[in-house]
Design a binder for this molecule. Structure first.
Ligand code: C5P
Length: 232
């Protein structure tokens, strides 16, 4: 399982997204659809990208009472996405309910990945706004352990955190890692970045790459470079 490049299609219309995907005539990249595109275009954009043969990571980061999350996950499961996610902060009970909702009558289900602490949250904000007074890394590992205990498949984290997550939760617990840039590329607003090759060395299972591919002069060449560096 795993070892794939997920292309973050951070466009806000179906038209732009499908035009971008039309560049790929040989490969069918794994696609990440986020809130912006999903809220703009609804489930039909998921169905259309599935019809074109892509795998989909639907990045909606659910967080609500267990019963609501369970019912929402059942809907996502019927949409036939391959991976979806939620906030580990919703508690173990919410994550267990999510798994229940996601599991189809035949026992199969999409992969379910937890967000631990968003990278926009730093130590100071966590202490001040959330009254969590433990070191950030300890909080991330605790949330990852909770996700594993609830039966989830992995977490979203920085490639730099992949080794610690694997040490805490086991090698088969997936790390899905954004913040990836080519060594000679523009970092944009990402601060702690890692190359696809370094992410492979750090044993990330999936890398999520947006602008280095979507904004490239030649997106297919950039995608192939990612695959070559990360998957080999
Ligand atoms: O364009 P770029 O490669 O920075 O895109 C990374 C993608 O991963 C974006 O969709 C971004 O929202 C997402 N992401 C992130 N950092 C996180 C979680 C998600 O960059 N901690």
């Amino acid at each position: 399982m795993g070892k794939d490049v997920i292309v973050a299609c951070d466009f806000n219309t179906a038209e732009e997204t499908l035009r971008f995907l039309d560049n790929f005539t040989e490969e069918k990249p794994y696609v990440k659809i986020g809130m912006e595109l999903f809220y703009a275009e609804g489930p039909e954009i998921v169905r259309e990208i599935k019809r074109r043969g892509h795998k989909i990571f639907l990045d909606l980061k659910l967080h609500d009472i267990p019963n609501t999350v369970k019912k929402a996950m059942a809907v996502l499961s019927r949409l036939d996405v391959d991976m979806c996610n939620l906030h580990a902060a919703g508690t173990v009970a919410m994550m267990e309910a999510a798994i229940e909702g996601l599991t189809r009558p035949d026992g199969t289900r999409p992969l379910l990945i937890a967000v631990t602490q968003l990278t926009s949250t730093d130590q100071e904000r966590m202490e001040r706004d959330l009254l969590i007074n433990e070191p950030l890394e300890k909080v991330v590992m605790h949330y990852a352990s909770n996700a594993k205990a609830a039966g989830l498949d992995g977490v979203v984290c920085s490639p730099l955190e992949s080794p610690a997550v694997h040490e805490t939760c086991g090698k088969e617990f997936l790390t899905v890692t954004p913040g990836v840039r080519f060594a000679d590329g523009d970092k944009g607003d990402q601060v702690r970045v890692t190359t696809p090759e370094k992410a492979r060395q750090l044993a990330s299972d999936y890398i999520v790459v947006g602008r280095p591919i979507t904004q490239a002069q030649d997106p297919v060449a950039a995608y192939r470079r990612c695959i070559k560096e990360f998957v080999g």
